[in-house]
Every structure is written in C-alpha cells, then in structure tokens.
Ligand binder design. Structure first.
Ligand code: NAP
Length: 281
C-alpha cells in the first residue's frame, strides 16, 4: 500500500507561516490531496515532537524558529547543507522512521538568483548581515564560485565568525558603517540583503542608502525580505536603474526543494514555484 503524504510546519509562533499555502498548492498541482498543516511546538519540545512525528506517520515537516538549530543533533542523518550551515529547515521521515534533516535555504536562494539572470561565479558580492540566513547565503555563494563575498554586519565579530567557517578564503568580514558599506558596494556587482532591516513588523530601517549608488553595474540587488514586496533598499536600486528582486522567489524555491525531499522525487521547479506563487497572491 502506498504511504499517505502527511506534512506540516512546526514553529513557535507558527501561525504566520506561508508554508501551508505554498506546499498545499504544490501538492494540488501534483494531483495529491492537501495534506500540509501547522503544528505549534514550543522551543523545549523539539525532541518530543520528532518522536511524535515518527509515531504519527508524518512524511516530513518544515521547521521555523526556534527549531532550526535544535534539530541538528536530533535527526538521524544530515544533508550536506544542513551540516555546513548548522541548521535544519526540513525533515523527511522514511517509512522505517529514519529522519533526514536538510537545509534548502541556500539552494532556494541560488535558484531565485538565477531567475534574476545572475550567476555568482567570479563575482565580488556585498552581503549585508551575518545571522542565520546570511550564513546559508554566504556559504552557498562561496560554494557556487563567487570570487569574494564581503560580509558586512553591525556586530562585526559575527561577520568574522561566519567568514571563518569557510576555509576557501572567499568570505571577508566588514563593518556596517556608511564608509564600510560604500567600500564593499564599490567593489561589488551584486548586493544581497540578509538583515531584517526594512521587514514588515520590525522598526529597523537603513538610515542612509547612498551606499547602493556605489554598486558596480552588471548584477543588481537581491533582498531576502518579501514583506513588504518592495523595501526601501529595492526602491533605491530600481531608482538607480539596477535589477532588483525580493525574497519571494527564495521562499518558493526552498519550499520546492523541501517537497522534493519529502516525496523523494525530482519536481519541475519552475512549475511548482509558479503554482505556489499563484496561491500566495
Ligand atoms: P537573524 O539571524 O536574526 O539575523 C538578523 C541580521 O540582521 C543580523 O545580521 C543583524 O545584525 C541584522 N540587523 C538586525 N537589526 C539591525 C539593525 N538595526 N541594524 C543593522 N543590522 C541589523 O535573522 P535571519 O533568520 O538571518 O533573517 C534575516 C532576514 O532574512 C529576515 O528579514 C528574514 O525574514 C529573511 N529571510 C528570508 C528568507 C526567504 O526565503 N526569502 C529566508 C530566511 C530569512 P547583528 O548581528 O548585528 O544583530
């Protein structure tokens, strides 16, 4: 008998997650029943949840805050990106109860970047931020052949710690003051915002966006934020005539790659992302 697909997203809070809408839309596009729900799991209950998910026959689940780090030592095997980033955002559970942890953020970002017509190979890239998302993006850009990724962060020690994770020497830490940002942008053809500055629900905003004007042509600005759809950073890039993309594509593709892990099959990435994008409208 074929195993039923049973999926969910866990987090605390979790109600805001867009995963049920986009995952159910992709399942529908595949002709499968909408089987993706939401489960609120408290920070201290990650291990208990994993046990329950196995017992209740879940095919897999996505994880958002505060479980991404907790899951790393709890799953039975780790995919290469989850191991490298030290964070798990999706777990697939086999019929025999084996839990495999993956991180699809970096792949999702690279695929969305491709939709923007930008490939990282040989580029110097100005990356803003050094949090969880920045780690996935910076390490993936280094792996994808970027020549240099300048990691600019308010807390410069966090940028240094992130850069030390990559032995290739591609990642270089920098500050977040106006001069440092202008210097990094002036050496780069691509800027990627991985900070939460400008995100709906937060108060932080860039005080001065003149560093965007220093960016070299031939790439553009990618902002991981998708709410609002157009941040002040993206508006400034467009004003300067630079290609600009928000983080919606990354959100969609990381979901597509998670679904591939859950179903153990290769999916049509563009078709799946299109179905999910329509549903989110
Ligand atoms: P995080 O781990 O909390 O990191 C936040 C980053 O923002 C840190 O580098 C932090 O600097 C910086 N920051 C916060 N407030 C700042 C301020 N006032 N001035 C300067 N820097 C500031 O968060 P995260 O998980 O990496 O997420 C970052 C952003 O990416 C969020 O907006 C999130 O929604 C987005 N994201 C999007 C996707 C997608 O699929 N599109 C996926 C993941 C994340 P310090 O280190 O100095 O505190």
């Amino acid at each position: 008998m074929e195993r039923q697909v049973k999926l969910c997203v866990i987090g605390d809070p979790v109600e805001h997650s867009k995963s049920p809408v986009l995952q159910n839309a992709m399942l529908a596009a595949l002709g499968l029943p909408a089987a993706y729900g939401t489960v609120r799991v408290a920070k201290e209950d990650t291990a208990a949840w994993l046990k329950r998910a196995k017992a209740e026959g879940y095919t897999g689940f996505n994880a958002t805050m505060p479980h991404k780090l907790n899951l790393v030592p709890l799953v039975d095997t780790l995919g290469p990106d989850a191991k490298r980033f030290g964070a798990v955002n999706s777990v697939s559970i086999s019929a025999d109860g084996t839990a495999e942890g993956y991180n699809t953020d970096g792949r999702g970002f690279l695929r969305a970047l491709l939709d923007m017509g930008v490939e990282p190979q040989g580029r110097t890239i100005c990356l803003l931020g050094a949090g969880g998302a920045a780690k996935a993006v910076a390490l993936k850009l280094a792996e994808a052949g970027a020549e240099k990724v300048i990691v600019c962060n308010r807390t410069v020690e966090k940028a240094e710690t992130l850069c030390a994770l990559d032995a290739s020497g591609v990642l270089a830490p920098a500050g977040f003051d106006g001069e440092s940002l202008k210097r990094a942008a002036g050496a780069s053809t691509l800027m990627v915002n991985c900070t939460s500055l400008g995100m709906t629900g937060t108060t932080g905003q860039f005080e001065d966006l003149s560093f965007v004007d220093c960016l070299l042509s031939g790439g553009g600005v990618f902002d991981l934020i998708y709410s609002p759809a157009e941040t002040a950073l993206l508006a400034r890039a467009r004003r300067d005539g630079l290609p600009a993309a928000n983080g919606l594509g990354m959100l969609l593709y990381q979901g597509v790659f998670a679904l591939e892990h859950f179903l153990h099959e290769k999916l049509d990435e563009a078709a799946m992302a299109k179905a999910a994008r329509e549903a989110l409208k």
